[in-house]
Ligand binder design. Sequence first.
Ligand SMILES: CC(C)(COP(=O)(O)OP(=O)(O)OC[C@H]1O[C@@H](n2cnc3c(N)ncnc32)[C@H](O)[C@@H]1OP(=O)(O)O)[C@@H](O)C(=O)NCCC(=O)NCCS
Length: 234
Amino acid sequence: MQPDQIATDAIDIWTWSLDADTGQLASFSELLSDDETARSARFIHDRDRRFFIVGRGRLREILATYGERIDPCELTFDYNGHGKPRIGERHGLGLHFNLSHSADLAVLAVSLHYELGVDIEEKKALQEDVAAHFFSAKERASLQEVPVDRYLDHFYRCWTRKEAFVKAHGAGLSLPLDAFDVTFGEEDAPRLERLEGDPEAPVTWSLFHMQTPPNFAGAVAAQTFGNTARLRYR
Ligand SMILES: CC(C)(COP(=O)(O)OP(=O)(O)OC[C@H]1O[C@@H](n2cnc3c(N)ncnc32)[C@H](O)[C@@H]1OP(=O)(O)O)[C@@H](O)C(=O)NCCC(=O)NCCS
């Protein structure tokens, strides 16, 4: 680890386009492991395959900059039981990271100390009442109070904060989405307000609003154990 690479209280945020020309795509392909190459070949749509290659390739390039003499193509990942990747133990990097992608954008959060989740979503008009399926009773009630012209912004703030928390927690879809509440009002600081069965969770976990292009929404969740942390845009 290069000590100046990451401040202890900082969560680094990296954003990049998943669009790449043929030459860049070939370079990123060379960085992938055999299992990643096999996964890329299973995508039905060519665009999804290209985006996956650029996402993983750039992820490897960035993570390698946090170590000394680490070759991006030599990085190995371990996966928890729900598919959450972490850097292989053997690298001794002791870094946490999480990746998200939406449309043609990827975002990566990196921390020296804290378990992380990140989510970015392109804001698209909703075809159905998605909140009824995914949000908690308290979140649904709050959303009903929101004026129609601001509904979508509130909806995506809530969605990305919930998704970032699920991803930080690492339990994937086994964590019921109505078992926790997040804040998402314009005036409210991002916060986990409740997690069923864990009264300490609002202190243990921090939520952050993440800057994105205007047609996207983004959030980061980190297990900060009450410590102060901040996002640092790279
Ligand atoms: C992986 C998951 C957590 C998120 O998927 P997603 O929103 O489609 O995808 P994102 O782009 O945000 O993140 C994908 C990346 O997260 C990482 N990831 C994979 N499994 C993960 C897990 N269990 N926890 C955290 N991160 C995970 C991977 O790096 C993955 O990138 P890859 O596809 O290139 O390998 C998945 O379990 C899921 O589908 N969750 C949806 C839960 C939901 O219904 N949320 C509603 C919120 S209100």
